[in-house]
Design a protein around this ligand. Structure first.
Ligand SMILES: Cc1cc2nc3c(=O)[nH]c(=O)nc-3n(C[C@H](O)[C@H](O)[C@H](O)COP(=O)(O)OP(=O)(O)OC[C@H]3O[C@@H](n4cnc5c(N)ncnc54)[C@H](O)[C@@H]3O)c2cc1C
Length: 322
């Protein structure tokens, strides 16, 4: 906790102020990230969450790939089930870690054959216990190489990661931006950001992205914070700063999960509204496989379950909710 980076920046500034309760104007898109379940109970709660969030008609839902490739089969099974049993657009995360190019190409081909068209292409983090990332001999070294490799396999829709506060291993912020440019030049059609809490961090980054000639959308990754202590630890590892105002908001709530959740929703809503005031219309939520908080945030933002016409049942998300 002590090694968390904090900033004393001023609280969020909202570009165009709306009445606090007003939903955002139409056209807001959302997407949701899930992680593959480890056991049957987690599987049940994941599919219940998917069932609830599916009603919000997300642009896509993505499924992570465990550090070091540890969830290869579970990620595949979840993504393919999304494809087969729902009308959602699944996006499979895929990393370069621990596999040869041939192995990764084969995974990608399996996805293509199963009808999966969207891949989130990442370098990946080293497996637990490994001090630092080492490319697999014969593997893709960096995400840009993976994007190029996927393009050779099939015409996937490819998303990549972006870091408003710079990836911790980057030589410099400029080098990291060059890397993002290489990823989009290799064929990525959008980037999803690491989570951040200070809206100005995102806006400054977006300015630099545009100045670098990158025209692809940079979709903000929104993390509703339920466990502040964990997020602080994780932020320190992935180079995301935790503003002082946020520590202040969660102060004294360590043993009060209910209040923490209300605060989390308020923070995420304000963050999204501030971003929307600056022209952002797509939000990617890190759901942590729970629907309630993300659903509530979307509701306040005006993203509501679609009331489908009887003739439009083909679009109805057909999710089996145990
Ligand atoms: C939206 C999102 C989703 C994620 N999902 C997952 C997941 O499912 N599974 C998982 O394990 N991790 C995931 N991560 C974490 C990600 O794998 C790590 O942040 C990882 O450390 C970097 O991945 P990358 O794709 O950004 O790597 P890259 O874009 O390859 O960059 C990694 C680092 O290497 C530097 N670099 C790039 N090319 C070169 C080069 N040629 N020479 C020298 N340096 C270079 C970059 O500047 C950067 O510092 C996710 C992150 C985000 C933001």
């Amino acid at each position: 906790m002590s090694n968390s980076r904090t900033s004393s920046r001023a609280p969020l500034r909202i570009g165009k102020r709306l009445p606090v309760t007003a939903p955002l104007a139409g056209g807001v898109q959302v997407s949701f990230e899930f992680f593959p379940p480890k056991n049957e109970e987690m599987e049940r709660s994941l599919w219940a969450a998917i069932g609830r969030l599916a009603t919000l008609d997300p642009s896509y839902v993505s499924v992570t790939y465990g550090a070091g490739g540890t969830t290869r089969e579970r990620t595949h099974a979840t993504v393919v089930r999304l494809r087969r049993e729902t009308t959602l657009e699944p996006a499979a995360h895929l990393t370069c870690v621990g596999a040869t190019r041939d192995e990764i190409d084969a995974i990608a081909r399996r996805y293509w054959d199963a009808g999966v068209r969207h891949i989130v292409a990442l370098r990946g983090d080293p497996p637990e216990g490994a001090a630092r990332y080492l490319p697999h001999p014969g593997g893709y070294a960096f995400a840009a190489d993976l994007v190029a490799g996927l393009r050779r396999v099939a015409p996937f829709d490819i998303s990549v990661a972006a870091y408003p506060e710079t990836h911790p291993e980057a030589l410099s912020a400029e080098a990291d931006l060059d890397n993002l440019k290489r990823k989009v030049d290799a064929g990525a059609s959008r980037a999803i950001t690491q989570f951040f809490f200070d809206v100005e961090v995102y806006l400054r980054f977006r300015d630099r992205v545009i100045a670098a000639g990158i025209t692809q959308p940079i979709i903000p990754g929104i993390l509703p914070v339920t466990n502040f202590a964990t997020v602080r630890r994780f932020s320190a590892m992935c180079g995301a700063s935790v503003p002082a105002w946020m520590a202040d908001l969660f102060d004294g709530l360590d043993d009060d999960p209910e209040t923490r959740r209300l605060v989390a929703a308020a923070v995420a809503v304000e963050q999204c509204r501030a971003l929307h005031g600056h022209g952002v219309e797509h939000f990617h939520f890190y759901t942590l496989n729970r629907a309630d908080l993300t659903f509530a945030i979307c509701h306040v933002l005006g993203v509501r379950p679609k009331r489908l016409a009887a003739t439009d049942t083909a679009r109805q998300p057909a999710v089996a909710c145990p």
